[in-house]
Design a protein. Structure first.
Length: 155
């Protein structure tokens, strides 16, 4: 992977705009359209699982960005964990905004920071662990009713 040692304001601005669009579009696609369509047909749990796994596997395209196999597998595993939690968050709140904001900030942080393999591995393990704990919490508290429709409300 190529590491950029110095980013000027223009580089950061481009990264922020690009990652904001990626975060928004991925949330709209995976936690908006896909999750809702599957949920209406197959139910909440299947929708969450399929949406989360599909989101994670979608990161396989990063092989074209020069990721090595182990980096790619780690990213896909992390993306599946995060995808499951974000899908449950949408099912629970019926709101895409928290996931969109998280996704944008997560992508920006990963894009403009210097990368160190050992630190990234530790961070990834923490993210997967926290995501797994939150996933268990949400699964335990997931309502059984099936209210449909998503909102972009801020609160």
């Amino acid at each position: 992977m190529v590491v950029i040692a110095y980013l000027d304001f223009r580089d950061i601005l481009i990264a922020v705009l690009l990652m904001a669009n990626v975060g928004y579009l991925e949330e709209l696609l995976f936690r908006g359209y896909l999750l809702e369509a599957i949920e209406q047909d197959k139910g909440r749990r299947r929708a969450v699982i399929i949406s989360g796994i599909t989101f994670g596997l979608g990161h396989i395209v990063n092989i074209f960005r020069g990721y090595e196999a182990l980096e790619l597998v780690a990213q896909i595993a992390g993306a599946i964990a995060i995808g499951l939690v974000l899908a449950l968050l949408v099912v629970e709140t019926r709101n895409l905004i928290p996931g969109i904001l998280f996704h944008i900030l997560f992508n920006i942080g990963g894009t403009i920071t210097v990368q160190h393999s050992s630190r990234e591995a530790l961070l990834l393990l923490c993210i997967i662990g926290i995501s797994a704990l939150y996933l268990l919490f949400l699964l335990k508290h997931l309502p059984t009713s099936q209210s449909s429709g998503y909102t972009t409300r801020l609160v």
